[in-house]
Design a protein. Sequence first.
Length: 72
Amino acid sequence: TDVSAEEIKVSARSTPRLAMQGVDLGRALAEAAKAVGGNGGGHDVSAAARIPRERMDEFIVKIDQMLSGGSK
Protein backbone atom coordinates (compact mmCIF):
# COMPACT_ATOMS: atom_id res chain seq x y z
CA THR A 1 0.00 0.00 0.00
CA ASP A 2 1.04 3.57 -0.70
CA VAL A 3 -0.22 6.04 1.88
CA SER A 4 -0.72 9.78 1.34
CA ALA A 5 -2.40 12.36 3.53
CA GLU A 6 -5.80 11.86 1.90
CA GLU A 7 -5.86 8.49 0.18
CA ILE A 8 -4.37 5.03 0.19
CA LYS A 9 -3.42 3.06 -2.90
CA VAL A 10 -4.05 -0.67 -2.56
CA SER A 11 -2.75 -3.38 -4.86
CA ALA A 12 -3.59 -7.08 -4.79
CA ARG A 13 -2.45 -10.24 -6.50
CA SER A 14 -3.99 -13.69 -6.66
CA THR A 15 -3.33 -16.95 -8.48
CA PRO A 16 -4.81 -18.42 -11.65
CA ARG A 17 -6.11 -21.29 -9.52
CA LEU A 18 -8.18 -18.94 -7.36
CA ALA A 19 -9.43 -17.17 -10.48
CA MET A 20 -10.62 -20.52 -11.86
CA GLN A 21 -12.50 -21.00 -8.56
CA GLY A 22 -14.33 -17.72 -9.14
CA VAL A 23 -12.19 -15.19 -7.27
CA ASP A 24 -12.08 -11.96 -9.31
CA LEU A 25 -9.85 -9.39 -7.60
CA GLY A 26 -10.67 -6.69 -10.14
CA ARG A 27 -14.37 -6.90 -9.40
CA ALA A 28 -13.83 -7.27 -5.65
CA LEU A 29 -11.53 -4.25 -5.34
CA ALA A 30 -13.78 -2.16 -7.59
CA GLU A 31 -16.88 -2.93 -5.51
CA ALA A 32 -15.20 -2.55 -2.12
CA ALA A 33 -13.51 0.71 -3.13
CA LYS A 34 -16.76 2.13 -4.51
CA ALA A 35 -18.52 1.23 -1.25
CA VAL A 36 -16.11 3.47 0.70
CA GLY A 37 -15.98 6.34 -1.78
CA GLY A 38 -12.93 5.25 -3.77
CA ASN A 39 -12.32 3.59 -7.10
CA GLY A 40 -10.53 0.53 -8.35
CA GLY A 41 -10.46 -2.37 -10.75
CA GLY A 42 -8.17 -4.61 -12.69
CA HIS A 43 -8.05 -8.24 -13.67
CA ASP A 44 -9.07 -11.44 -11.92
CA VAL A 45 -5.51 -12.05 -10.66
CA SER A 46 -4.22 -8.46 -10.36
CA ALA A 47 -6.03 -5.32 -9.23
CA ALA A 48 -5.61 -1.94 -7.56
CA ALA A 49 -7.72 0.67 -5.82
CA ARG A 50 -7.52 4.14 -4.31
CA ILE A 51 -9.55 4.70 -1.17
CA PRO A 52 -10.03 7.54 1.30
CA ARG A 53 -7.50 7.17 4.11
CA GLU A 54 -10.13 7.60 6.82
CA ARG A 55 -12.14 4.64 5.45
CA MET A 56 -9.28 2.12 5.28
CA ASP A 57 -10.63 -0.11 8.06
CA GLU A 58 -14.08 -0.19 6.45
CA PHE A 59 -12.48 -1.16 3.11
CA ILE A 60 -10.53 -4.00 4.76
CA VAL A 61 -13.69 -5.40 6.34
CA LYS A 62 -15.58 -5.12 3.04
CA ILE A 63 -12.91 -6.81 0.92
CA ASP A 64 -12.44 -9.54 3.55
CA GLN A 65 -16.18 -10.27 3.52
CA MET A 66 -16.25 -10.37 -0.28
CA LEU A 67 -13.26 -12.67 -0.67
CA SER A 68 -14.28 -15.01 2.13
CA GLY A 69 -17.80 -15.40 0.76
CA GLY A 70 -19.46 -13.41 3.57
CA SER A 71 -22.23 -10.90 3.21
CA LYS A 72 -21.55 -7.79 1.15
